[in-house]
Design a protein around this ligand. Structure first.
Ligand code: PEP
Ligand code: MG
Length: 577
């Protein structure tokens, strides 16, 4: 038996909660191809067919996006890949070999397609060598899709997933098979996978570096998503300690339920609008139960992640309508697709710097059809007048004007078609790029509201990748530049009478809330399960006091000084209540 400290791994606490369960090693990075025999040929052929169809759907989705921006010629790469998938000779050869050799399909696919790439790599022409990468890509896509099915079927019951990295779509996939927690080697607090884990209420610890080496399949794991610790094969004492903690948290949650019907009002009577973010439809009832005062952010790209092609107008309309009706009379803020960065399709477009690349409003303005489909669906769902529309990744007034022009076109079209919609639907923007924060006064009059996206704002302001644990220590919410920028945005909103809210993860940080309220922020949107806890914090704040504390923080020059000031206030005034 190891000593107690030897079996504890420390990482970043990415989603709160404690789970005790068996480890499941999801080592997808190692595209290991085993030459295993099979017994059920029909099942293997069926798997092959499903994987080919899935690969085709994925490629069509990428092609439809890429064609406008990259032009027919460069986007043709994806079309060529689709053609390879349709090549009857290749498909038949693979099928025949599965029948004759009775080997797993991924082995045959790898062997068969590698014959082509090996030949191409022998060529002296650079064109041929380049094309071989495309064929390699398609091979890996098919193998990935063949394996996905296998992974899914292997996770039968409650496990903690141990992996190098997870994508937001992995997280969604796992939620369907009742995963108890996530442990990853890489990743940061505000990576989208961590955000989805929080939405699904699944504890997660990320950025452990060597978790996949230290943890073995079926090890018993305790995951502490509050402290960012993972315990491998715990001692009886450790198990007891955590069992007590689970009981304590259950009691606290029970206490918080009592606050449900009370408002998020400070001790001296300032009411804060406390809304929730929605990433997945699964959260809807939870948001309603927790009595959030509306939805401050719907990450639509996340909602439709599971769709194999882009959701059409009708599909989107139905989803938006459902959300708007369920939250009525409260308001829902629907954000336009923020595709790119670490969400949805970045890998396939092979951008060298996806977070600085084709993302959010940039991609939408380059794909007017995709953008218009969404705007029309949102407008049509707005007939009860409780929808606001929000634009992501705005960096200039030009982008706002170009977007509003498209929104106006959609309004005229719908009017002509005699369709119902809210003619005065508010249109706002995310403030998540430093240029937008600098131009904050100029957006007044151009937009109806703004919402601060701290996840990106901090990343871009400090030039620190939000998903990279190696630099997570310098991804700082309380960096003086961040703190002062937030204050500037909030104060500008007051001056220009533009409503300001915050929907980044900072709004759900109990330590940050007194500071934000102190700056005068009166609207927050947090992940659904954080609503009761943040409400409790707000109800223990004295506005006059936090105003002074916030003012003091503006004069401090280092993150440490600000952090200490905030913690001092928290420990003295909030924790003890
Ligand atoms: C943000 O950047 O803070 C934000 C809310 O948007 P997302 O996390 O989806 O990038
Ligand atoms: Mg963002």
């Amino acid at each position: 038996m190891k000593t107690e400290s030897e079996n504890i791994l420390k990482g970043i606490a990415a989603a709160p909660g404690i789970a005790i369960s068996k480890a499941f090693l999801y080592t997808k990075e190692k595209e290991e191809i085993v030459n295993d025999p099979i017994t059920d040929v029909n099942d293997a052929l069926q798997n092959l067919d499903t994987a080919l169809q899935q690969s085709k759907k994925e490629l069509r989705k990428i092609f439809s996006l890429a064609v406008d921006k990259l032009g027919e010629k460069r986007a043709a790469i994806f079309e060529a890949q689709i053609m390879i998938l349709d090549d009857p000779i290749l498909v038949e050869t693979i099928q025949n070999r599965i029948r004759n050799e009775k080997r797993v399909p991924e082995y045959i696919v790898n062997d068969e397609i590698s014959k082509y790439t090996d030949l191409m790599n022998l060529s002296h022409e650079s064109y041929m060598k380049e094309r071989s990468h495309d064929i390699e890509d398609i091979k890996n896509r098919i193998i990935r899709n063949l394996k996905k099915k296998k992974w899914k079927s292997r996770i039968t019951n409650d496990v903690v997933v141990i992996t190098t990295t997870v994508t937001p779509s992995d997280t969604v996939l796992f939620s369907r098979v009742n995963v108890k927690g996530y442990v990853t080697d890489f990743g940061g607090l505000t990576s989208h996978a961590a955000i989805v884990a929080r939405s699904l209420n699944i504890p997660a610890v990320v950025g452990l570096h060597d978790a996949t080496n230290r943890i073995k399949e079926n090890d018993q794991i305790i995951i502490d998503g509050y402290k960012g610790e993972v315990i491998i094969n715990p001692s009886v004492k450790q198990l007891q300690h955590y069992q007590n903690k689970i009981d304590k948290h259950a009691k606290e949650d029970h206490e918080l339920i009592k606050l449900r019907d009370l408002s998020a009002t400070t001790l001296d009577g300032k009411e804060i609008q406390l809304m929730a973010n929605l990433d997945l439809m699964e959260e809807m009832e939870f948001i309603v139960q927790n009595k959030a005062k509306g939805i401050g952010l719907v990450r639509t790209e996340q909602l439709f992640e599971v769709y194999e092609t882009f959701a059409d107008e009708e599909e989107q309309f139905n989803v938006y309508k459902k959300i708007a009706e369920r939250i009525y009379p409260e308001i829902v803020t629907i954000r336009a697709f923020d595709i790119g960065g670490d969400k949805v399709l970045p890998v396939d477009l092979k951008e060298p710097n996806p977070f600085l690349g084709w993302r959010g409003i940039r991609l939408l303005l380059d794909n007017p059809q995709l953008f218009k489909t969404q705007i029309r669906a949102v407008l049509r769902a707005s007939s009860h007048k409780n929808i606001k529309f929000m634009l992501p990744m705005i960096s200039s007034v030009d982008e706002v004007r170009a977007s509003k022009e498209i929104i106006d076109q959609c309004r005229s079209e719908l009017k002509k078609e005699g369709k119902q919609f809210d003619k005065h639907m508010s249109v706002g923007i995310m403030i998540e790029i430093p240029s937008a924060a600098i131009l904050i006064n100029d957006f007044a009059g151009e937009v109806d509201f703004v919402s601060i996206g701290t996840n990106d704002l901090i990343q871009y302001l400090l030039a620190v990748d939000r998903g990279n644990d190696i630099v997570s220590n310098i991804y700082q919410e309380f960096h003086p530049a961040v703190v002062r920028t937030l204050n500037d945005i909030i104060k500008s909103g007051k001056k220009t009478k533009t409503p300001v809210s915050m929907c980044g993860e900072m709004a759900a940080d109990p330590f940050a809330v007194p500071l934000l309220v102190g700056f005068g922020l009166d609207s927050l949107s947090v992940f659904a399960s954080a609503v009761p806890h943040i409400k409790k914090i707000i109800r223990n704040i004295d506005f006059k006091e936090v105003e002074l504390m916030a003012k003091k923080c503006l004069e401090l020059k280092t993150e440490k000084e600000i952090n200490n000031t905030i913690h001092e206030y928290y420990n003295k005034k909030i924790k003890t209540k």
